[in-house]
Ligand binder design. Sequence first.
Ligand code: GLC
Length: 479
Amino acid sequence: MDKPVSLQMQASELLDAVIIHYKGQPVGTVAACDPTAPDLNYNQCFTRDFAVSAFVFLMQGKTDIVRNFLKLTLALKSHERQLDCFKPGEGLMPASFKVEVRGGQEYVVPDFGEHAIARVTPVDSCFWWLLLLRAYTQVSGDVALAHTPAFQRGIRRILDLCFRTRFDLFPTLLVPDGSFMIDRRMGVYGYPLEIQVLFYGALRTARELLLPRPEEEDYKVGVEERVHHLAYHIRQYYWMDLDRLNEIYRFQVEEFGAAVSNWLNIYPDSIPEWLTEWLPAAGGYLVGNLGPARMDFRFFTQGNLLAILFSLADEQQSQMIMALIEERWSDLVAQMPMKICFPALEGRDWQLATGWDRKNLPWSYHNGGNWPVLLWLLAAAAQKLGKPLLAQNAIALTQQQLQTDEWPEYYDGRQGRLIGREARKFQTWTIAGYLAAQAILEHPQHLQLISFEDEPVMLTCDLAPKLVEGYSDIALGSD
Ligand code: GLC
């Protein structure tokens, strides 16, 4: 492959230039450094954005900044008791933080969503934190950090948040709108794919890093059970290909009881018109969301690519997701890898799902915009599936453009040919995503930092929640 060394050097220098320091130590990177746009909160270090920078730093052998970030955000993690209903729940990790100087003192100020536009909850932050901890451990060999009491407690608190008793019967996680990369109202509340995939990666990480001690035993048992049920649920029910579409098309509805095939009561009429023509015979993907009487048929890129990397999609499904991307290249990759989701919501759907959000107009921003940061996951997934050429083509398509356009946050239009109307320039994860993609192709061993081996799914009980057969000993007298 052609090595545009100077472009990589420029990108590396840009990344180093946006490092945030605290007490003289590197602790993170700002989200964007665009002198022509208002800062809003782009001058803060976002957990999900920093994750991409962190993977690059780790690939470059720079472990200090990642270690500092992990320690700092662990300290920032919410310590509020869960019963205090107006405070972030214990274990929640901040969406972002900034370092402020007041009276000559440095203060680290976290944002759990209390300041963010529309007050969205960063559910994904704690999952990225765990994934980074695993990658840090692999590169540095410093397992001792993850084994310290503070880190073991941190892992348990995250699991507490996920395993809490809830109003729900699925192995997936129920979350509010905008709780991950798509952090605006976009009809992604409920059981969005990206959260479920990150949750799966986090569970596998917790399993690797929890110590074999009595304090952790219950958590290890819980993780073991959940990880298999989650994998089964996603592989079985989120999966979409032509066979599955045919099955759904002929679904019976209003079925009652335990042993029914359309147990979520999905109405075949909800299958969107675009899908029947668009779905290639050889491809498939994981749908965007699944809940009672609801299947969101949109293709969400980050969730699907991470599912390949984490082996949440099985081997055949992974190959079919990549086949779909190849078959529908001009829709999904187009001129700028790659679309955050497909297709865009339009008309009344757009009005109702986004609340008339003009930043999320059809084919813009989160609503079908093209996000160059996704290049690194495309490259990693292609590399994992033995298709480095595909990734090279995607990189070749973008690199000059990204430099000329000054590393925009996102692109607009069906083909991704317009720099996003409100896109920041010098967006850090665009720069880091490009560097990570190059590094993975040049040194495929880096793949292990973000991937998990395939493993068989083993269920410990029937998938359906245990049915109560009835009680005969209920006392009705006064006690
Ligand atoms: C936007 C993105 C979000 C990102 C943030 C900082 O809000 O939607 O995913 O973390 O910008 O770049």
